[in-house]
Design a protein. Structure first.
Length: 301
C-alpha cells in the first residue's frame, strides 16, 4: 500500500515550451508538502535513452533519487535562478543594448538570454514521507507521453499558439528555428516533416502541432492546463494537478501580448497559423488567434 501511495504522489508535468510550465512549478512550490522541479534530468540522462521503455526507468530513478536527497538534506536538482525555481528561465527583457543591436541586425529578432542554470537547490520547508513531487520537462516528456501515462499521473500545460510561437522567436533555443532534436531523434515522422519544411515559421507550426497532437491523443481534458486559466485564476486552476492549489491567490499578469514580441512577426505567424489544419484547433480556436492579433495591434497604437 505504501508504494502505491508514493507512486500516486509522483507526478509528471510537461507542456509546450514557453507555455508557463516554469510558472506553474513556482506556484506549486509555494504550497505546503509540495515540491516541483524544472528539468532535473541532465542532457546526459536524456541522451542515454535508446528506446521508449528506457524513459520509465530513468524517471523512476529520478523520483527515487530526488526523494532520498530531499529527505536526507533538503536538496534537489532543478533549473533555478540563484537557488530559486522561478517563473521564467530566460530574461524578462533582452540583453544589453550593444549585444541586442548585433542580434537584431543578424536575425531580425530580439533574443533573450537564458538566466537559469541546472544545479542543486535547497528546499526550505518540512516534507512528510509522502509529499507531492512534480518533475517537469517539456519536449522530453511530451515525446514519451504515451509510455509515461502508463505509470504516472501526467499533466500538460498549453498556451495560445500565437503567443507561444511569438515567445519562441525571442529565446536562444532550437525551438526558435522550429527544431526539437530530442523529439526528432525519437520520432522519425516528425523529423521528416520538419526537414522537408523550408520556412522557419512553418517548421515551428509543425513542431507545436505535433505537441498538441500528443496531448490530444494521450490526455483527458482534466489533465490539460491552459496558461490563460492559470493567470486568470491566480493559480487556482492548478487544483487539477494538486488539490491544495485551490488555496492559491497569486496576482499574475498575462504575457500573451508582451511588449517584447514583434507585432509584425506576430501578424505573419498568425497568417500561417490560420491556414493550418491540425490538432492545434482541438484546444484553441482560430478566433483566439485573431483576437490576440487585434489586441496586440491595439497595444501598438
Amino acid at each position: 500500500m505504501a508504494s502505491l501511495i508514493m507512486l500516486a504522489q509522483n507526478k509528471i508535468l510537461t507542456g509546450i515550451p514557453r507555455s508557463g510550465t516554469s510558472l506553474s512549478c513556482k506556484l506549486l512550490n509555494s504550497l505546503p508538502d509540495t515540491v516541483a522541479l524544472v528539468e532535473p534530468l541532465s542532457d546526459n540522462d536524456l541522451v542515454s535513452i535508446g528506446r521508449e521503455s528506457d524513459i520509465h526507468d530513468l524517471v523512476t530513478r529520478c523520483f527515487d533519487r530526488t526523494r532520498a536527497t530531499l529527505h536526507a538534506n533538503g536538496t534537489a536538482i532543478s533549473q533555478n535562478i540563484r537557488g530559486n525555481v522561478t517563473g521564467n528561465t530566460v530574461a524578462e527583457k533582452g540583453p544589453s543594448e550593444k549585444t541586442l543591436m548585433a542580434i537584431v541586425t543578424h536575425s531580425k529578432r530580439t533574443i533573450r538570454p537564458r538566466s537559469s542554470r541546472r544545479s542543486r537547490i535547497k528546499v526550505e520547508k518540512p516534507l512528510s514521507p509522502c509529499f507531492s513531487l512534480y518533475i517537469k520537462h517539456t519536449i522530453a516528456f511530451t515525446t514519451f507521453l504515451g509510455s509515461l501515462t502508463n505509470s504516472y499521473s501526467c499533466y500538460a500545460q498549453i498556451r495560445n499558439p500565437l503567443a507561444t510561437l511569438a515567445s519562441w522567436n525571442t529565446v536562444p533555443f532550437p525551438i526558435a528555428e522550429g527544431r526539437a532534436f530530442f523529439a526528432e531523434r525519437h520520432d522519425a515522422a516528425l523529423a521528416e516533416r520538419i526537414c522537408r519544411t523550408k520556412c522557419r515559421i512553418d517548421k515551428q507550426i509543425e513542431l507545436i502541432s505535433w505537441m498538441f497532437g500528443k496531448y490530444s491523443q494521450y490526455l483527458a481534458a482534466s489533465q490539460i492546463i491552459r496558461y490563460e486559466d492559470v493567470v486568470s485564476s491566480n493559480g487556482r486552476t492548478l487544483a487539477k494537478v494538486c488539490p491544495n492549489a485551490d488555496q492559491l491567490n497569486s496576482p499574475l499578469a498575462c504575457k500573451n501580448r508582451s511588449e517584447i514580441y514583434n507585432r509584425a512577426l506576430m501578424r505573419r505567424i498568425a497568417s500561417r497559423l490560420l491556414t493550418y489544419q491540425g490538432p492545434i484547433w482541438d484546444f484553441y480556436s482560430r478566433q483566439d488567434v485573431i483576437d490576440l492579433v487585434d489586441e496586440a495591434a491595439n497595444d501598438a497604437t
